[in-house]
Design a binder for this molecule. Structure first.
Ligand SMILES: Cc1cc2nc3c(=O)[nH]c(=O)nc-3n(C[C@H](O)[C@H](O)[C@H](O)COP(=O)(O)OP(=O)(O)OC[C@H]3O[C@@H](n4cnc5c(N)ncnc54)[C@H](O)[C@@H]3O)c2cc1C
Length: 490
C-alpha cells in the first residue's frame, strides 16, 4: 500500500486525505495547529463561539458535483441541517436601507422603488443574478485532464454565464457601481467586496444565495471542519495535530518524505503540500520549483492583489432582532491599518443561538485590509505591546460606532476578541495575511495552476491558491484534484 503524507489539515488537505484513503492509500496528515480546519475555523471565548469562515458555502443545493463532494467528505449530508440565508447583506446610507434578499424579485422591487431612474441597469443586474444561479464549480477532475467533450459539457451547463461575462467580465465593481445613479446602490455594490474585483464576482456570489446554493451548515465553520476531520479518521487516516512540517525531503527528482520541526523524519511515496503556496516554496520546497503560472501571480502584485481583514467579535447582553445578518453602514471616520474608513460592517449570528449563552448574542465587524495594511500590521507586530495596544484602540473606536448606529446596545456590548491580517500569517502561514486567493481583477484573468511541480514527480500541491479567488469550494476541488492525480498514477 503506497503512503501519502499531507502537509496541512485544512479543507484541501483533509479532502485529499479522505479520497486517498477511500482509494486504498495509507495517508497521514500533519497539521501545525492544535485543531484541523485551517482558515475554516472558529474558537470559544468566554462562552461565545466566534465563527471565522462560512458566510456562505457554495454547493449547498443538491444536484451538483460539488454538493456530492461536500457529502462525500462529511461537510454536508448525514442529517446536517442547512440554514437558509434570508439575505446576502444590506447596506445603509442617509437613513435608507437596501437589502439584497434571497428572494431576488423582492430585491428587484426594492431597487426599482428606491431608484426608478436606474430601471434599465437594475433589471440588467437582477437578470444577470438569475443567470448566475447556473454557475457551478467543476470538481470532477483537474482542468488539464479534461477532454474537449468535458469542456463542451461544462460550457453547456453554464452557457447562461456567457451573457453575464460578456457584459460584466471586463469591468470592475467600481465601474459597475458607477452605472447606477443612486448613491446607495453605488455604495452597496462596492460595500461587500473589494472594488477592484471583477463585476461578475458580485453577481455570481449573490446568485449563489438567490439560487439556494450558498447556505450555511448548522454549527458553522468549526463544526464543519470537525466533521471532515472525523470522516478522515473514520476512513483510517492518521491526523497529527501540533505537527509542524519543516521541509519536504528531496532526493533528486523524488521526495522521500517530510521532516517535522521536532526532527522526526516521515517517509512517503507521495507528498501533498496542502498549505499556503507562497509558504510552500519559501520553507518546504526550493523556491525555484514554483510553477511559472503561480510565480507570475506573486510577482505581478498590481494585477493579482490579495486581501485580508481586521476583525472584531463583540459579546452582546441581550437579543436584538433588529440586527440581522450583515449590514454595512456609514460611520464616523476611523483609521484601520493604513485606511481611513467611513463605512463599516456588523454581522449577527442570530441564526445560531448556540454560539452565545442563552439570552445573549455574538456580533462581528470585518474591515477589509489590503497589502499595504498588511505591511503596517507586520511591522507593528515586532513590538507586541504596541500591536496589542493598536488592536484595542481600533476595536474601542469601532464599538463606539456600532453603539452610535444601534443606541439600544449602549452598555450591553463589549469587545470579545480582535484579530488582524497578522493572525492569519501566524496561524496558517498565510501570504500577506490573505484568507482568500488572488483577487480576480479586470486587468488580469483568473489563472488555474495545475497542482503538479515540474521536475518533482511525487510532490503535489493542493490549496485554494491554485485558482482565484479561492474559497472553500476551490480548496476542496484542489484537494480532490491532487488525490485524483495520485490515484491515477497508483
Ligand atoms: C474571515 C473569513 C471568511 C471566509 N468566508 C468564506 C466563505 O464565506 N465562503 C468560502 O467559500 N470561503 C470563505 N473563506 C475562505 C476559506 O476559509 C478558505 O478558502 C479555505 O479554508 C482555504 O483552505 P485551504 O485548505 O486551501 O487552506 P488553509 O485553510 O490555509 O489550510 C492550510 C493548513 O495548512 C496548515 N499548515 C501551514 N503550514 C504548515 C506546516 N508547515 N506544517 C503543518 N501544517 C501547516 C495550516 O495551519 C492550515 O491548517 C473565508 C475565510 C476567512 C478567514
Amino acid at each position: 500500500m503506497k503512503k501519502v503524507v499531507i502537509v496541512g489539515g485544512g479543507i484541501a488537505g483533509m479532502t485529499a486525505g479522505i479520497l486517498l484513503q477511500k482509494a486504498g492509500f495509507t495517508t497521514e496528515i500533519f497539521e501545525k495547529n492544535a485543531v484541523p480546519g485551517g482558515q475554516c475555523t472558529g474558537w470559544k471565548r468566554e462562552g461565545y463561539l466566534i465563527d471565522n469562515c462560512i458566510h456562505w458555502l457554495t454547493g449547498t443545493r443538491e444536484g451538483s458535483g460539488l454538493h456530492e463532494l461536500w457529502k462525500e467528505i462529511g461537510a454536508l449530508g448525514d442529517g446536517v441541517e442547512v440554514i437558509e440565508k434570508e439575505m446576502f447583506f444590506s447596506a445603509k446610507l442617509d437613513g435608507k436601507v437596501l437589502t439584497f434578499w434571497r428572494d431576488k424579485e423582492r430585491t428587484r422591487r426594492e431597487l426599482l422603488a428606491l431608484s426608478p431612474e436606474d430601471e434599465k441597469e437594475i433589471n440588467k443586474l437582477m437578470d444577470y443574478v438569475e443567470l448566475a444561479e447556473t454557475m457551478t464549480v467543476p470538481v470532477e477532475k483537474p482542468f488539464d485532464a479534461m477532454s474537449l467533450l468535458d469542456f463542451m459539457k461544462l460550457g453547456m451547463s453554464m452557457k447562461e454565464m456567457g451573457k453575464v461575462m460578456k457584459e460584466y467580465g471586463n469591468m470592475d465593481l467600481k465601474e459597475l457601481a458607477m452605472r447606477f445613479r443612486h448613491p446607495l446602490i453605488q455604495h452597496a455594490i462596492v460595500d461587500y467586496m473589494p472594488s477592484g474585483y471583477q463585476a461578475y464576482a458580485f453577481v455570481v456570489s449573490y446568485g449563489t444565495v438567490t439560487g439556494g446554493n450558498g447556505d450555511i451548515p448548522r454549527g458553522g465553520s468549526l463544526a464543519m471542519a470537525m466533521r471532515i476531520a472525523d470522516r478522515y479518521r473514520e476512513s483510517g487516516g492518521i491526523l497529527h495535530t501540533n505537527a509542524n512540517v519543516a521541509k519536504v525531503l528531496l532526493n533528486g527528482k523524488r521526495a522521500e518524505g517530510v521532516l517535522l520541526a521536532d526532527g522526526t523524519r516521515v517517509e512517503a511515496d507521495y507528498v501533498v503540500c496542502a498549505c499556503d503556496t507562497d509558504y510552500t516554496f519559501r520553507a518546504l520546497l526550493p523556491a525555484g520549483c514554483m510553477p511559472k503560472a503561480l510565480k507570475k501571480q506573486y510577482e505581478e502584485r498590481d494585477k493579482y492583489p490579495v486581501g485580508s481583514g481586521f476583525q472584531i467579535a463583540y459579546a452582546v447582553d441581550g437579543i436584538f432582532p433588529e440586527i440581522t445578518d450583515t449590514r454595512i453602514f456609514p460611520c464616523e471616520e476611523i483609521l484601520v491599518g493604513k485606511q481611513t474608513v467611513q463605512r463599516m460592517s456588523i454581522q449577527s449570528y442570530y441564526y445560531e443561538p448556540a454560539f452565545a449563552p442563552e439570552g445573549k448574542m455574538v456580533l462581528q465587524s470585518n474591515f477589509a485590509q489590503n497589502e499595504e495594511d498588511y505591511s503596517y500590521w507586520e511591522s507593528l507586530y515586532s513590538d507586541r505591546t504596541a500591536y496589542e495596544q493598536k488592536k484595542k484602540e481600533i476595536a474601542g473606536q469601532a464599538l463606539e460606532r456600532v453603539v452610535a448606529e444601534y443606541p439600544a446596545l449602549a452598555g450591553k456590548i463589549r469587545v470579545l476578541d480582535v484579530w488582524t491580517p497578522m493572525t492569519y500569517t501566524r496561524y496558517c502561514n498565510s501570504y500577506k495575511g490573505a484568507y482568500m486567493s488572488f483577487v480576480t481583477t479586470k486587468q488580469a484573468k483568473s489563472i488555474t495552476v495545475p497542482g503538479t511541480i515540474k521536475g518533482l514527480k511525487n510532490v503535489l500541491l493542493a490549496s485554494q491558491w491554485l485558482m482565484g479567488p479561492g474559497g472553500l469550494p476551490t480548496a476542496a476541488a484542489m484537494g480532490k484534484y491532487a488525490a485524483w492525480r495520485i490515484i491515477k498514477k497508483g
